[in-house]
Design a protein around this ligand. Structure first.
Ligand SMILES: *Cc1c(COP(=O)(O)O)cnc(C)c1O
Length: 460
């Protein structure tokens, strides 16, 4: 399978180079040139299989030229061995046709472990075979960074530098990034917001001199390999609920659009998904865009669902690329307009987006109320991101089964959960000593050269 840039001007790559490169050299994002499809029979055969088996079958067409099936099967096994639940992504019923897909049983208690643990294994395998070494740089609003540091700690062929917005991540998130003591992982506390951290990472990728000197690699949700790993649980959930014989809808708490875009890929591969509902918090640029076609950035308003506090939603570019029929020049033009504040999606493209996606937003009060409400109706304790999802999903409940992606464990955001319910959710026993481990924090200014200097100095 060949991978092309959404902006049409970067080299065409195979899977491994796409994974190691992250952002394309024309500023675009890599996407498969054509998406494979699974037949109804192939999809029906997935029902009831172990998660790892489904993962191999769903991802095989994307990675076949990079890894033979036995090797890939081993990487998948290793990736999910550390999860705290045998089903990996268990479904919980909330009501009639109403389900929660628990994606928080990985080592850092958020769905990002699904992709990051696998990408860690794939990086290690590919780099070891090639005899190469890379420097991974990533921006995080909290969960990506902890998942990346956990996945790559101690690996031979990588140094990892994670930029997080100083003072704007939860204590659990911060400690998950600052307590691993392996010499190859570094958490950098940047002054500013997540969007600043993300912009500096993009700047580093566009500084080709630096990029080549340190062999920069990215594992942010722009990395296609991450999106790919997230396609799998749409298949396990939908087939458990009757697909391919029955349609299923999903509501996805959304920030950078990676998780929900994986659902779009699953739909294009043949999974009968009725609607993908984008759930945003008060930072609702995606909800506004999907309703009006206007994509205009504003200021980030910090919320109790901080992993969704963004204005520029990187992976949305991939959905636009599909909606514009793969017209790279059109996407490059939109992204140029974004530099001066925003763009308007064409009528045809907006219609294409609205055929796949619905959307809604939850205010802070609505998010808290959703936590309280779900606890009293079902006994389930939700993290605030998931609560944004259950609030938005209410408007779309009906005869089609609705699956809400539970993106984090409530214990990762205990303050918001306690404020809503009076209950402080405990960490699972396997990570109960997190608050006793010593931290390593490196503060850094929101300045490209300062950040690059630290990276040059600390990498092996
Ligand atoms: C990252 C994250 C999100 C947003 O996911 P995207 O793929 O960026 O849309 C939602 N909830 C939690 C808990 C997250 O960590």
């Amino acid at each position: 399978m060949r991978y092309i840039s959404t902006r049409g001007q970067a080299p065409v790559l195979g899977f491994e180079d796409t994974m190691l490169t992250g952002l394309a050299r024309d500023g675009g994002l890599y996407v498969p040139e054509a998406l494979p499809t699974l037949s109804k029979g192939d999809i029906a055969a997935l029902a009831g299989l172990p998660y790892e088996e489904v993962a191999v079958r769903v991802m095989a067409p994307f990675v076949a030229e990079a890894y033979d099936e036995t090797t890939f099967g081993d990487l998948v096994e290793k990736a999910y061995a550390g999860f705290g639940h045998d089903a990996r992504a268990p479904l919980v019923q909330l009501g009639a046709n109403h389900y929660l897909l628990e994606l928080f049983h990985g080592p850092t208690l958020a769905f990002k472990d699904f992709a990051m643990q696998l990408i860690g294994q794939m990086f290690q395998h590919t780099l070891a075979r090639r005899g190469e070494r890379v420097t991974i740089v990533g921006a995080t609003s909290g969960d990506t960074g902890s998942a990346a540091i956990e996945a790559f700690r101690g690996l031979e062929a990588v140094d990892v530098f994670i930029l997080y917005p100083h003072g704007r991540v939860s204590e659990v998130q911060r400690r998950q990034m600052t307590t691993p003591d392996e010499a190859n992982v570094h958490a950098l506390a940047i002054s500013g917001h997540f969007d600043d951290a993300q912009a500096r990472v993009k700047d580093m990728f566009n500084d080709f001199d630096f990029r080549d000197r340190v062999a920069l690699a990215g594992v942010n949700s722009i990395n296609f390999a991450r999106v790919l790993a997230q396609v799998v649980y749409y298949f396990t959930a939908a087939t458990a609920l009757g697909a391919p014989h029955r349609e299923v809808s999903f509501t996805v708490p959304t920030g950078n659009f990676g998780d929900i875009f994986a659902g779009h890929i699953a739909k294009r591969m043949g999974l009968p998904i009725n609607k993908l509902v984008v759930a945003t918090n008060q930072n609702d640029i995606l909800h506004r865009c999907l309703t009006t076609g206007e994509y205009r950035t504003g200021r980030v308003a910090p919320s109790i669902s901080p992993s969704m506090d963004i204005q520029v939603s990187s992976n949305f570019e991939r959905a636009l690329h599909l909606a514009y029929g793969g017209d790279g020049a059109a996407i490059a033009q939109l992204m140029e307009e974004l530099k001066s504040g925003g763009f308007t999606v064409s009528q045809g493209a907006l219609q294409a987006l609205q055929e796949v996606y619905a959307s809604g937003a939850a205010s802070e009060a609505e998010t808290s109320a959703a936590i309280t409400d779900m606890l009293s109706r079902t006994g389930e304790l939700l993290c605030p991101h998931t609560a944004v999802g259950t609030h938005v999903a209410e408007a779309y409940l009906g005869d089609t089964p609705m699956v809400i992606l539970a993106t984090a464990h409530p214990a990762k955001f205990p303050d918001a959960v306690e404020a809503a319910t009076g209950i402080r959710p405990p960490l699972p026993p396997r990570m109960a000593d997190l608050f006793d481990r010593p931290e390593r924090i490196t503060p850094v200014d929101n300045d490209l050269h300062a950040i690059e200097a630290i990276i040059e100095e600390r990498r092996a």
